[in-house]
Design a protein around this ligand. Structure first.
Ligand code: PAP
Length: 332
């Protein structure tokens, strides 16, 4: 395997071949996706993402009242951002009544209403943008628990973690990568094999889930662990649970007035994906990788893997997941 190096002075990861200095920490690399991936402290990242993450870990200043929305990519990040934004901001941005037509979710992409800590890449876009956000901040991350900036854990910042059935994740990931790949195209077979091998962006997916799962058992008041499929089955119940965890529970009057149902409706795939702000336009939210706003909205169907994976592939991934999660109490 080729190696990449972390530059001591800048704390920036340098892909192999671009820098002479190899005296520092080095990471295995793997080809197959649209660019080289590096195994950065147990997590597969692009060199750019690893550079950003190392900077965020060193320099991001969390606040005790920060709330972090943590997801493995393609597990419902956009949905969780929309729901959490709507729930926490409902006194200033009501979802029912005369002002509901001015709601920010009608004119802003959910990805832009809850900023990510590691993207846009922080060596290209300063972290100070996050410092300018007033408290309490709602932030997001795709980082596995072990790679969170240590102060986030020390301060006990609350984390909402959302995961999803891995077979649906690999299918969603494959569609997304090919859609935003700018000419890059990978067969499903190849993407699947990398994923099953643990080599997927921010993966392995099982380590990602397990890190937050274990923390949610140890500290249920700090980490709320949610599953996409369960949320799809009972969105209103989960919105109430989310509001309680975020310390803004719904009052009986609000429930009677239909506020919970309206949050669910406003943040539904059908509603959000039909809005012009989400169905048109191209934005670069990562750093050098413009993507269509619509690429975050595809089908939103539980079990869509059945339309893409063979029975053999499904059994293979199920077996790997069962083995990796064995004894943890977490199942899909
Ligand atoms: P990210 O992790 O890259 O930020 P994320 O929002 O998790 O993106 O991935 C998009 C997935 O969430 C898509 O799943 P699919 O490919 O299986 O269709 C997308 O359709 C789904 N999604 C987007 N918005 C919603 C929503 N409001 N409700 C439910 N699912 C949604």
């Amino acid at each position: 395997m080729a190696q990449a190096q972390l530059d001591a002075e800048s704390n920036v990861l340098v892909p192999a071949g671009e820098e002479e200095d190899d005296s520092l920490a080095s990471f295995p690399t793997r080809e197959g996706w649209w660019t080289t991936f590096v195994l950065y402290h147990g997590c597969w990242l692009t060199p750019q993402a690893a550079t950003s993450v190392s900077l965020v870990r060193a320099q991001f200043a969390p606040r005790p009242d920060d709330v972090l929305l943590a997801t493995y990519p393609k597990c419902g990040t956009t949905w969780l951002k929309a729901l959490s934004f709507a729930v926490t901001n409902r006194s200033s941005h009501p979802v029912v009544g005369a002002c509901a037509g001015d709601h920010p979710l009608l004119t802003s992409h959910p990805q832009d209403l809850v900023p990510s800590i590691e993207t846009p890449f922080r060596h290209l876009h300063p972290l100070s943008a996050l410092d300018a956000i007033p408290s309490p901040r709602l932030l997001s991350t795709h980082l596995p628990h072990q790679l969170l900036p240590p102060r986030i854990v020390e301060l006990g910042c609350r984390i909402v973690y959302l995961c999803r059935e891995p077979k649906d994740v690999v299918v969603s990931t494959w569609h997304f990568m090919n859609k935003v790949g700018n000419g890059f195209f990978l067969d499903l077979d190849e993407a699947f094999e990398l994923f099953v091998d643990g080599c997927s962006l921010y993966g392995p997916v099982w380590d990602h889930c397990l890190g937050y799962w274990k923390k949610s058992i140890q500290e249920p008041d700090t980490v709320l662990f949610l599953k996409y499929d369960d949320m799809m089955a009972d969105p209103a119940g989960h919105v109430k649970k989310l509001a309680e965890f975020l310390r803004v529970p719904f009052t009986d009057d609000e429930v009677r007035a239909g506020v919970v149902d309206e949050v669910v409706r406003l943040c539904s795939f059908e509603r959000l994906s039909s809005l012009p702000v989400n169905s048109s336009g191209v934005v670069d939210r990562i750093g050098g990788r413009p993507m269509e706003n619509s690429s975050y909205f595809r089908k939103a169907k539980v079990g869509d893997w059945k339309n893409n994976l063979t029975e053999e592939m499904a059994q293979k991934l199920d077996a790997v997941i069962a083995e990796k999660l064995k004894g943890s109490g977490l199942t899909f």
